[in-house]
Write a protein that binds this ligand. Structure first.
Ligand SMILES: Cc1cc2nc3c(=O)[nH]c(=O)nc-3n(C[C@H](O)[C@H](O)[C@H](O)COP(=O)(O)OP(=O)(O)OC[C@H]3O[C@@H](n4cnc5c(N)ncnc54)[C@H](O)[C@@H]3O)c2cc1C
Length: 602
């Protein structure tokens, strides 16, 4: 029998949340506690979401160990964002930070403690006191397993609040009606291979990052940008996707992350001469300058022949002076990672590191309530009714062109909570579900039928590997205009191969090949958005550094290559015709004065 909307199993909820990472579960907690009927879908068991891998900490100006306040945090985040962050969202996040961290503490999150019982805080990249004068201790940490502590705490609170979890369910497409409102999702139940319709008054995307569009990444294998693909296929733009963060300290060759908390605890980057080279580039913050900056300095050292090892292609992170006691207390997982992935005892010798893809600054555009927004005629930020997005898949935008470490875990709980509150209000006013449109499941069934009827074609993994290889080569730490242009041509070629993917094994029960094939359709949306947005931005800003546009810091017109007159604006990528639009950055905070743009030195 041919599948259609009436033959598929249907369920109705107040809210469907796609994603059980920190952001999805912070939102679901708010909703379940308010008595709403909430379904949370996840490709993996909730506590295996990538949030579990977060190591270093969550940022909040508690001031437990050095003088701090939210104004400093606000300033650092704007400067870190290279003035692409929206200042209303940044103010909201930094002011809420202490509140949401104390809330996590009260939920039972096992933070490390100071002797006086307060939460332990460590220094982190780009975190300063007194507007850039000196490093500050702002990262609230549970050893080097902060995400693990946070995710388990949120999961347990959700179990208590009776949230419905749909584990090993993969959402496939958004359902939009004729008015453009979102009325639910279609999803694949992996255990049976069945397709379901989940109707909802509100749908919230919390699907995490798309780090797996790159070959070398600190991200989990499930981070394939599914929410981005779902949004893009439904005609919703993706914002600022040219900005990808390279983390300075991925283990060379392995990609596994060594937290910035290492440098927070005093670790030092050295070149082949044994020199602490960051002193030359960032005299004040040294090894704790923001990530985009440190990654480029490392790249520079390697390019100038001061890399370490037989091929001079990495630098080293030296922790030997910290002492085994500090390492085992504050960085126990880093010790294990050194042993398992580099065969190095970090208490005795330095460990090889290279900048590695880590985080997407861009995503699905939202306002500070988590509502998804899109341009509509004269309105730049028209609300898409029924759709919210939070966490790494969203772009609110607090990270702008470069995220500060610890601001992501913060973003998850601040905006997860805010979206939850906003949805509760909406739900109270709207008692009924909107009807499903006649074409509700057409897109999904067409995708599934294409795979099921395929007789010849390419393996999904071959196409996925090609995407990763193009992105790795053409959207790197340093970019050139020629290389990005070539990247656009190549990624559009790869995109043509995606409909040609064939599924050899057509079985239904736990068919991971089917899941991987469906994921490639999401990877390609994130990759296209990244490559096309990057090639169009003819300046240097934050993580987007293009050699053609680099300028010295004292260039009167374009210091460091940043062109505020033309480019202080957000990119919006529309998948259907690979079109770009732009919208202004919000330089107006909610209550305080704007932080005016200046040259970014450390
Ligand atoms: C190694 C590492 C260390 C980090 N350390 C820090 C740190 O110390 N501090 C900090 O602030 N940030 C850190 N970050 C960044 C931060 O951890 C992430 O940005 C954040 O955890 C993302 O959370 P999320 O809720 O958006 O998504 P995730 O935690 O990635 O969860 C995504 C969820 O969506 C689900 N999902 C995805 N697609 C589908 C689909 N189609 N159907 C159903 N479910 C789906 C997944 O199953 C999962 O449950 C780190 C990141 C990494 C990779």
């Amino acid at each position: 029998m041919a599948l259609n909307a009436s033959s598929l199993p249907r369920r109705k909820f107040d809210v469907v949340i796609v994603g059980a990472g920190g952001s999805g579960m912070r939102a679901s907690l708010q909703l379940s506690r308010a008595g709403l009927n909430v379904a949370v879908l996840s490709k993996v068991f909730p506590t295996r979401s990538h949030t579990v891998a977060a190591q270093g900490g969550i940022g909040a100006s508690l001031g437990n160990m050095s003088e701090d306040n939210w104004h400093y945090h606000f300033y650092d985040t704007i400067k870190g964002s290279d003035w692409l962050g929206d200042q209303d969202a940044i103010e909201f996040m930094c002011r809420e930070a202490p509140k949401v961290v104390y809330e996590l503490e009260h939920f039972g999150m096992p933070f490390d403690r100071n002797p006086d019982g307060t939460i332990y805080q460590r220094p982190f990249g780009g975190h300063t006191a007194n507007y850039g004068e000196k490093p500050v201790q702002r990262a609230c940490a549970a050893a080097d397993r902060t995400g693990h502590a946070m995710l388990h705490t949120l999961y347990q609170q959700n179990v208590k609040a009776r949230t419905n979890f749909f584990v090993e369910w993969m959402a496939l497409d958004l359902i939009r009606d004729a008015e453009g409102d979102v009325v639910g999702v279609t999803a694949l139940e992996m255990e049976t291979g069945d397709i379901h319709i989940l109707e909802a008054k509100t749908t919230l995307l919390a699907t995490g990052g798309a780090g797996r569009i790159f070959a070398a990444s600190t991200n989990a294998f499930i981070n394939t940008g599914d929410g981005l693909g779902m949004a893009a296929r439904a005609g919703i733009p993706l914002q600022d996707m040219e900005f990808w963060q390279f983390h300075p300290t991925g283990v060379a060759g392995a990609g596994v992350l060594l937290t910035e908390g290492c440098r927070g605890e005093g670790a030092i980057l050295r070149n082949s001469d044994g020199e602490r080279f960051m002193e030359r580039y960032a005299p004040t913050l040294k090894d704790l300058a923001p990530r985009d900056f440190v990654s480029r300095c490392m790249d520079q050292e390697i390019k100038q022949g001061r890399g370490c090892g037989p091929n001079k292609d990495y630098v080293v992170l030296d922790m030997t002076h910290l002492g085994a006691d500090t390492i085992m207390k504050r960085l126990p997982s880093v010790f294990e990672i050194g042993h398992n992935f580099a065969n190095v005892d970090i208490t005795k010798e330095p460990i090889p590191v290279v900048p590695t893809i880590h985080y997407q600054m861009g995503g699905i555009p939202t306002n500070i309530h988590g509502q998804v927004v899109t341009p509509n005629g004269q309105i730049p930020n028209a609300i898409v009714n029924g759709l919210y997005a939070v966490g790494e898949c969203s772009c609110v935008s607090v990270h702008g062109a470069n995220r500060l470490g610890t601001n992501s875990l913060l973003d998850l709980v601040v905006f997860g909570r805010a979206a939850g509150n906003h949805i509760v209000e909406f739900n109270n006013k709207n008692k009924n579900h909107k009807p499903l449109p006649a074409d509700a499941v057409d897109r999904t069934l067409e995708r599934v039928a294409r795979l099921d009827s395929s007789t010849s074609g390419e393996y999904a993994q071959d196409v996925a590997n090609e995407i990763r290889s193009v992105m790795q080569q053409h959207a790197a730490v340093f970019r050139t205009q020629a290389s990005m242009n070539e990247g656009v041509t190549k990624i559009l070629e790869v995109a043509k191969r995606v409909p040609n993917i064939a599924l050899k094994d057509k079985s239904k029960v736990f068919n991971t090949a089917r899941v991987e094939a469906l994921e490639v359709e999401n990877l390609i949306e994130a990759a296209k958005a990244t490559m096309i947005s990057a090639a169009a931005r003819t300046e240097c800003r934050g993580a987007h550094t293009v050699e053609d546009y680099e300028r010295p810091a004292d260039d009167p017109q374009f210091p460091l290559g940043r062109n505020d007159a033309e480019w202080m604006k957000h990119t919006l990528f529309f998948s259907e015709d690979n079109r770009l639009e732009y919208k202004p950055v919000n330089l107006k905070p909610l209550t305080v004065e704007s932080v005016p743009p200046k040259v970014r030195t450390f």
